[in-house]
Design a protein around this ligand. Structure first.
Ligand code: FAD
Length: 450
């Protein structure tokens, strides 16, 4: 089949790879100039199926209200929300009911367990090296933090994720660089979880996909979807203003990047046998004209990435793998010779304007656990958007629109869920039965079908 994939974030790249591995002829359309340039750019990189859960959890509304005036809030709701965001918050609050939360959590964890297996298999088979480290340690500062994580531990006990509850000295054996100055009551250690550079993985997998014949069309915005047995896309190549390849030259220029087809500088209509929409937040505008109204919301977050200091007297400066400070919901990850600290859930507001308070929280948590471990003068800060559905799980499979398939809305766990979601979508498109229970991952869950 000729398949178009819209979006080259981690979800689009993994989808393109799996479809090509099944023998399809795949073209990826991406409005930015490279893979993983938006929400997948500088995330925390954690793959922890046991801690994958909907953000809409019992107690979340009270937690948000309680954090309104907190200096180091993990969730911030900006004033002046638009009506779509208010409606989304309302749907989220409804999904916080214990039973709804439990079902959504199970759906996400099934997918996450399968996804980790798939990620590890692809990594092994293709020998991908993406700054991967094994093990994830959740830090609990006080007995209260341990009590808060208890429901997760009970759920973990019933799953096949290996984990141990550690005392402070055991935590320091796992992560010898942890500062002894900061209060630490306990830790939860998941040895099979991992951390890796999502963007680097996407770049490596793009190269593998290209080897299988996938064509990437960067700087190409899909403007419209036309449904049908052979759906069509209206897309437009719009290189950045400073591009040296302009006008007619673009159409005849040699394909130096070996990934971008010479394209006309006007809208082009092209037909396919199927279209996979992996455009995260860009998906709503494409699907709405077909009567599919997906309640997708950008939930912003931040990361700071900096080179680790090298110090001969202190070989353990910085983290060995990934940690999460449960109190502040901030992760600290080791990525090769750098560390990345990430966190913050910001609803509403600008996708680009940085809130200094959110960054201050990241620096505080880093300083609490690994003081002096990074060259912060060389730090790069990033604000990204999580493409979040109100209840948690992504939407996968047929859209109800002829020829159009969906793989989107992975929220805070897109990297952890991408490889599994991609394989499930490829199986669905081929008419094969799913290899795991995918109940509740279809669009009908949201009552949003066209
Ligand atoms: C601070 C932070 C930390 C995070 N940490 C983790 C973590 O530790 N583990 C984890 O699993 N997840 C994490 N996430 C979440 C994860 O990064 C996202 O879930 C994931 O990147 C979403 O991938 P995506 O491919 O769906 O979206 P994106 O990466 O945003 O890709 C969508 C792509 O579609 C393109 N596009 C949109 N519309 C169009 C169009 N019309 N035409 C052409 N192209 C289009 C966009 O340009 C974009 O490149 C984190 C997120 C943040 C913000």
């Amino acid at each position: 089949m000729r398949v178009a994939v819209i979006g080259a974030g981690i979800v689009g790249v993994t989808t393109a790879y799996e479809l090509a591995a099944d023998g399809h002829e795949v073209t990826v359309f991406e409005h930015r100039g490279s893979v993983a340039a938006e929400g997948s750019f500088a995330n925390a990189g954690v793959v922890s199926p046991g801690f994958v859960a909907p953000w809409a959890a019992p107690g979340m509304p009270a937690h948000i209200l309680g954090q309104r005036f907190a200096r180091h809030a993990s969730v911030r709701v900006r004033p002046g929300l638009d009506t779509a965001t208010i409606a989304w918050l309302w749907q989220s609050w409804r999904a916080c009911r214990a039973r709804t939360y439990q079902s959504n959590r199970l759906r996400m964890q099934r997918l996450a367990g399968f996804s980790r297996e798939r990620l590890q298999r692809v990594t092994r088979e293709l020998k991908l090296d993406y700054e991967r480290n094994e093990g994830y340690l959740v830090l609990l500062r006080t007995p209260k933090d341990l009590a808060l994580v208890q429901p997760t531990l009970t759920a973990l006990g019933g799953s096949n994720s290996r984990f141990e509850t550690l005392d402070p000295s055991q935590c320091r054996t796992v992560e010898p660089g942890l500062s002894p100055e900061t209060e630490l009551h306990a830790g939860v250690y998941l040895p099979d979880d991992e951390v890796g550079n999502c963007r680097q993985f996407a770049s490596l997998l793009r190269a593998e996909a290209q080897r299988l014949g996938v064509r990437f069309r960067f700087h190409t915005q899909v403007q419209k979807l036309i449904e049908g047995r052979t759906p069509q896309l209206v897309h437009m190549y719009a290189p950045p203003e400073d591009s040296t390849v302009l006008g007619a030259a673009a159409e005849s220029a040699p394909n130096e990047a070996q990934d971008t087809q010479p394209m006309a500088l006007h809208p082009v209509t092209e037909g396919f046998d199927a279209v996979a929409v992996c455009a995260a937040l860009g998906s709503t505008a494409l699907l709405r004209p077909h009567g599919l109204k997906l309640p997708l919301q950008a939930v912003h977050g931040y990361s700071v990435t900096a080179p680790l200091r090298r110090h001969e007297g202190h070989p353990d400066l910085g983290p060995r793998s990934a940690l999460m400070d449960h109190r502040y919901q901030v992760t600290i990850s080791r990525l090769g010779a750098r560390l990345r600290v990430a966190g913050g859930l910001e609803i509403g507001g600008s996708p680009t304007r940085h809130d200094p308070r959110a960054l201050e929280t990241l620096y505080k948590v880093l300083h609490d656990w690994f003081p002096g471990s990074a060259r912060l003068s060389q730090a790069q800060t990033w604000k990204g958007s999580r493409p979040m559905l109100p209840d948690g799980p992504p939407v996968l499979g047929a859209s109800g629109i002829d020829g159009v398939w969906l793989n989107l809305g992975h929220g805070a766990c897109g990297w952890a869920l991408a490889c599994g979601s991609a394989r499930l979508l490829a199986d669905a498109l081929a008419g094969r039965p799913a290899v795991i229970d995918i109940e509740g991952l279809g669009v009908e869950r949201l009552g949003a079908e066209p």
